[in-house]
Write a protein of this length. Structure first.
Length: 192
């Protein structure tokens, strides 16, 4: 019975991971697409609205897919809390100054977003979050330096990176669960 509960918890954590990153990636991709199709103010508002309403949007999507909430001490809870507080505050503070130089909007908030992931990854020692944060940070520094005149490129990059991370996490989760199931069937002793 203990292994079944463990397997269910592992599956639930991977499903939360997948839905969280897919939801964030969808919000960033929507904002990036609006910016790419020459609606910069609407793109800014889409990111502001998506970041502000991230918790309710994520909760609705999680319930629609039947995924339970993670345990209180799980890093995803801390991540969603930081995102729910940090992103709307950052977008709100930066919205008006970036109306003057809109090309810095997406790179700046992508860097803020990357720092949140890096901090959570460092605190909880989650290598995938640190890698995601560093990849996002390096990619957006490169974009803001070499593609400064493209308003939405950094938003599109962040959205695609988040969706790719969600997909890789889902695939890794399924592989991990198969190994857990094999251990359960073979009954491999755990340590000495």
């Amino acid at each position: 019975m203990g292994m079944d509960r463990f397997t269910a918890d592992v599956r639930n954590n991977y499903n939360n991971y997948y839905l969280l990153f897919s939801t964030m990636g969808g919000i960033w991709l929507l904002a990036g697409c609006l910016g790419a199709y020459n609606y910069p103010h609407l793109a800014m508002l889409a990111l502001l609205g998506g970041a502000t309403l991230f918790q309710p949007i994520y909760r609705i999507i999680r319930k629609a897919f039947g995924v339970k909430q993670t345990k209180t001490d799980h890093p995803l809870r801390m991540l969603t809390t930081l995102l729910a507080i940090g992103m709307p505050l950052g977008v709100t503070v930066g919205f008006f100054p970036f109306k003057e130089n809109m090309n810095l909007f997406f790179p700046a908030f992508s860097l803020l977003f990357a720092m949140i992931f890096g901090i959570i990854g460092y605190i909880y020692r989650i290598k995938s979050f640190v890698i995601l944060g560093l990849t996002n940070m390096i990619g957006n520094i490169y974009i803001s330096h070499f593609y400064f005149d493209h308003f939405a490129f950094a938003g599109l990059f962040t959205g695609i990176l988040l969706l790719a991370t969600a997909s890789v996490g889902k695939i890794y989760g399924e592989i991990d669960l198969r190994f857990v199931s094999l251990k359960k069937k073979i009954k491999i002793p755990q340590g000495n």
